[in-house]
Design a binder for this molecule. Structure first.
Ligand code: HEC
Length: 210
């Protein structure tokens, strides 16, 4: 008898709670009832929300003129030979004080980006020149020997005639490092060890691969 009463009560409770939950079912398109909480509603203004505090009514303020984004350094040069000359006068290699430490990276960059045209030893005999691409001037020739680091940096950054800009492929620091390698090929690096051109020791690497 007591069991029957218990079962009836149980069914009634279940049916009752089902009924209540059906009755309370709101519009699913609307947000549910919620306890006010700062985790859902930010006290701070959202970046793109209107803002009564500022005169222009925006939360995200326009940076003052001349602001420099973090991690970005502007370079105040344009393309062209005059600008290359100016860069040559104004810029110096930031790694000049400790070149040997940076050389390994510079050689790797040269191997990846320059060897194809300039050749392992910088003589302008890279593999593409044997496939019809006009050879670049030797980096050991008088003209290149006379270029200052800043001029070379400008050439790598903005390109020069047939040579394209490498600013998009090679970071600013790596452009300075690869110049160290060119100096080492030229025998102009003060602390230069005997400069073994990258890959020059194995004859296969300087051959055109079919
Ligand atoms: C697609 C072929 C090619 C690649 C790759 C290339 N260069 Fe050049 N480079 C040239 C040509 C062609 C010139 C000559 C441009 C001119 O006529 O003024 C040149 C010129 C130069 C000069 C100036 C030489 C001078 O006497 O005026 C330097 C320095 C130089 N390159 C360095 C590099 C370095 C460092 C790299 C690798 C980051 C590189 N180049 C990649 C083709 C290339």
């Amino acid at each position: 008898m007591r069991r029957t009463v218990f079962h009836v009560l149980l069914v009634a409770v279940i049916a009752g709670s089902l009924g209540v939950s059906l009755m309370l079912r709101g519009d699913p398109a609307q947000p549910n009832r919620r306890v006010p909480t700062n985790m859902a509603d930010s006290v701070a203004y959202d970046s793109f929300a209107p803002n009564p505090v500022f005169a222009d009514g925006k939360t995200l303020q326009t940076p003052p003129a001349g602001s420099i984004a973090r991690g970005y350094l502007p370079l105040h040069y344009q393309a062209g030979p005059e600008e290359a000359e100016r860069a040559g006068k104004e810029l110096s290699n930031p790694f000049a004080a400790d070149p040997v430490v940076q050389l390994e990276r510079g050689a790797a960059i040269y191997q990846s980006f320059c060897v194809v045209c300039h050749g392992a030893g910088g003589l302008g005999d890279g593999p593409v020149t044997r496939r019809g691409v006009p050879p670049p001037p030797s980096l050991l020739a008088e003209n290149a020997l006379q270029l200052s680091d800043g001029q070379m940096f400008h050439i790598l950054t903005y390109g020069q005639n047939n040579m394209a800009s490498y600013a998009a492929q090679i970071s600013r620091d790596d452009r300075w490092r690869v110049i160290l390698h060119v100096r080492s090929l030229q025998g102009k690096l003060a602390t230069s060890q005997p400069s073994t051109p990258f890959g020059a020791t194995s004859p296969e690497t300087s051959e055109v691969q079919p």
